[in-house]
Design a protein around this ligand. Structure first.
Ligand code: ADP
Ligand code: GLC
Length: 468
């Protein structure tokens, strides 16, 4: 069975968030299953990975987008060291940019990506068993495969859509229709939602099955999905919640080259302390105090707007008996506010930007990881933290409620209900009390490291779904 994963991100080629981690790992684990050939197709980006690896040009052609004729090249990575075949779609001026997102003409960019993929597959007569589309950026593929004459060779190919983040749906005005490949006009309703072309809605309507990245999140979509609630209800019979795994080869505290000191379950407590001392030294924090960390995008869905209040209140209310480190970037006002706090509080360290190495060090060094998310379809941070013996302190929502159970109900983390400062501070107080109890702390470190979030199980669940 041949599966093509279609995505705008894939670790380690280009990563903005968890989508990259999933697409960089799921195919690798699927390929370990007998008879499965999983591949990844993504846009070409001006990124170090692309320049440091060798590629063959496997396709060179043209597509028409409205009046424009665009060159499309497909490059295949030669080494296969990723554990799957990697194909990059390159369209000069459109798919040769520095980053996946943040451009004014994104709708046009993603249309070009989807059109380019299907044109290449049709022209080369490559007919996969499954096209697995990730998020709205590839959400129009199920529609195009069935309804565009140009891709008639692919008609009938099974399509799966995975919702990693329903906050973004890729809506565009109907004026953009002129950039779509030609389709049977009377099928327009399959693209439309509330008077706009909505790629995520179209994906849900047209794919053979769609998945959300946790059961908890799928449940929430039925009642909270920015206007698509009725659509998921109508299509519920083809919906599945499949929890993400983590790549335990990349995220292994015993071998992770990004850590100062590697560790395993036997020496975790002692060695985590050494990592913490080294991190605290670098950021001028006191290693004897509990260390809370936040890593992530400064977006409302992550509850990042709560962080300034959490920082000043937790430090002042505890009379400076805890440390906080924040790694992330996003909303500029929030970045400024946190910068100001960084100048005032010695117990607070801030590192703005995207830093893969530092994130690994923080997961290994912190005592607690904070996730006050408003929306969390799955969340990988808590799983990385747990694998590195760090106790997750999370809002009880989406994938967080599927992966983190409170110690009061037999789990090894802390849950809170509201995305508000009071709840976060209260949980931090609970955490600080735990920190004071060395035996409990040690037990929780080990209990978290014992959780198994490896991809094997979910990779198989996806295969079973494809087969069905
Ligand atoms: P999302 O995809 O919504 O951002 P996830 O929890 O699924 O959330 O995944 C986030 C991923 O991005 C994790 O691998 C996390 O470690 C990483 N990450 C987020 N922000 C940063 C940052 N500033 N520096 C390094 N890694 C980051
Ligand atoms: C999205 C979600 C996150 C999830 C990730 C990978 O970015 O916000 O919760 O873990 O996708 O599926």
């Amino acid at each position: 069975m041949t599966i093509y994963h279609l995505s705008t991100e894939c670790y380690p080629v280009a990563k903005v968030g968890g989508l990259a981690d999933v697409v960089g790992a799921l195919p690798k684990y699927q390929n370990k299953i007998e008879g499965i050939y999983a591949k990844v197709v993504m846009p070409w980006y001006n990124k170090p990975f692309v320049h440091e690896h060798d590629f063959d040009v496997v396709f060179d052609g043209f597509i028409h987008q409205g009046q424009n004729m665009l060159q499309v090249q497909v490059l295949k990575e030669k080494s296969k060291e990723l554990g799957f075949e990697l194909f990059l779609v390159r369209i000069p001026g459109l798919l040769d940019r520095d980053n996946p997102y943040g451009y004014q003409d994104e709708s046009y960019q993603f249309l070009g990506f989807q059109h380019g993929i299907l044109h290449w597959l049709s022209a080369m007569q490559i007919r996969p068993d499954v096209l697995h589309c990730h998020d709205y950026h590839t959400g129009l593929v199920p529609f195009m495969v069935e309804n565009c004459a140009e891709f008639s060779f692919l008609k009938g190919v099974k399509t799966i859509g995975t919702i990693h983040n329903g906050e973004y749906q890729g809506m565009m005005s109907w004026e953009m229709v002129r950039y779509m490949p030609d389709f049977d006009g009377y099928k327009w309703g399959l693209l439309d939602w509330s008077g706009l072309i909505n790629p995520l809605a179209s994906m849900i309507k047209c794919c053979h099955a769609f998945t959300a990245v946790s059961g908890g999140y799928l449940d929430e979509l039925f009642t909270s999905f920015h206007g698509l609630e009725n659509l998921v209800r109508q299509e519920f019979s083809k919906s599945f919640g499949i929890i993400n795994g983590i790549d335990t080869e990349v995220w292994n505290p015993e071998t992770d080259p990004m850590l100062d000191f590697n560790f395993n379950k036997k020496n975790a407590v002692k060695t985590k302390k050494k990592n913490k001392e080294s991190l605290c030294k670098e950021y001028n924090l006191n290693p004897d105090l509990p260390l809370f960390a936040f890593i992530g995008r400064f977006a409302t869905e992550k509850g990042a707007d709560l962080l300034p209040d959490v920082v000043w209140r937790s430090i002042t209310e505890s009379s400076g008996s805890l440390n906080i480190i924040i790694l992330g970037s996003g909303n500029p006002q929030l970045e400024n506010r946190l910068r100001e706090l960084d100048n005032v509080y010695i117990n607070f360290a801030l590192d703005l930007g995207y830093k893969e190495h530092l994130s690994h060090k923080i997961y290994a060094s912190a005592d607690f990881l904070l996730m006050p998310s408003r929306v969390e379809p799955c969340g990988l941070n808590q799983m990385y933290a747990m694998r590195y013996g760090t106790i997750p302190v999370v809002r009880y929502i989406g994938g967080l409620r599927d992966t983190v159970q409170d110690i009061s109900t037999g789990g090894a983390g802390l849950n809170f209900t509201n995305a508000g400062t009071d709840d976060v501070i209260h949980s931090m107080e609970r955490a600080t009390a735990i920190y004071g109890n060395k035996t409990l702390m040690k037990n929780l470190v080990l209990a978290n490291m014992n959780f198994d979030f490896a991809w094997e199980k979910s990779a198989q669940i996806y295969i079973d779904l494809y087969k069905n």
